[in-house]
Design a protein around this ligand. Sequence first.
Ligand SMILES: [Zn+2]
Length: 427
Amino acid sequence: MALGPQQRTPLEQAIPTGAAEAPTSRTAQKVVARLAELRPVHEAFAWFRARARELEDIQLEVTAIPAPPWGEAARSQWLKTHFEEAGLADVHQDELGNVFGIRPGSDLNSPYVALSAHIDTVFPGETPIKVGREGGKLHGPGISDNASGVTALLAIANVLRHANIANSAPILFMGNVGEEGEGNLRGMRHIFDQPKWLDSIGALVVIDGAGTDTIIAEGLGSRRYQITIRGTGGHSWSDFGVPNPIVALARIIDRFSRTTVPNTPKTTFNIGTVQGGTSVNSIPQVATMRVDTRSASVEQLDRLERALRDAVKECAAETGGRKKDEALTSEILVIGDRPAADLPANSHLLKVIRAVDAQLNNNARIQRASTDANIPLSLGREAIAIGAGGSGGGAHTVNEWYDPAGRDLGLKRILLLTLALSGVSEE
Ligand SMILES: [Zn+2]
């Protein structure tokens, strides 16, 4: 059905996208209930059921394309083609391989409602990728995290066109690189570094992994470090007394691990790896370790960083020799930095997702995690991460699986959320 831009519902106007004042929950509830009654929305729901098998095929297809960190190019190209086939406008990639496509809206001045799914996996390029069906389940490394998210993105883009839904605000679809591990959110960070996107995205809904039972509205911050201690090294007998980098590292670990952390906000640290030395009868030249720190609070991350830097400086100095050529040098490299920030409890986005969950009789809990949503949240923007529906397991292993039972609930949830944020013009 062709819907004119001038025929907007009063309810839809009650929730302007990107508005400064948040609507009451009751208003959000009314808007969502009204949306769920619209004929095109019913058509969309039916499409999700009718195309279940096709969505599985797409999910298997994307899983079979390797997408290791910093090696997502083939998948970017694949997604670009699928965005074009879904009829999105202005489909393009940026220099990192983030892929963009736009569903234009009738309201030309409205900011984008953005939907994103990360396209990278944790698996190195040489990982053998076997995908397939077994029983009712799909199997393959990355099949759930995040092939299910990419599939949901394409399902929403296609259903908007199929059901001819007249969204008011434009909808921006993004497949982004670099979410996992040492990718360190580089894809989303780059997007929000561009004034072009920073100024035009009103709200971001990140689709990551399976499920419908969580709303990630609190970003878990983390910082990771690699500490390297270097010395001249030497023979264990003839050079005895030359300062030992492993001893310095041991002292640093001892001192740093005595740092107290609060229960609230929950704050943690971990010495994850230690390496160094050449043989039992050599004084080592190098010792390194990797440290992970996490907290809901930036202040706590700062405090841990100071404690770590002090421990490194003091213990390296204590362990080093008096002579100049016997000093130990230390280096602290930040190898990961994910900002911590929360979506305010009275935010528009949170009210709308709550209203959608009430409409669908879906039980979801607010959770804290580290996702692409951390980036806009840390910039004071509205963002959440939710699942693509269905269920999954074995994430980050080659035995990962996805069960599509219940996928349509996830897709309905994403669609209603998107439309409640964008507004819909009615006949
Ligand atoms: Zn993921």
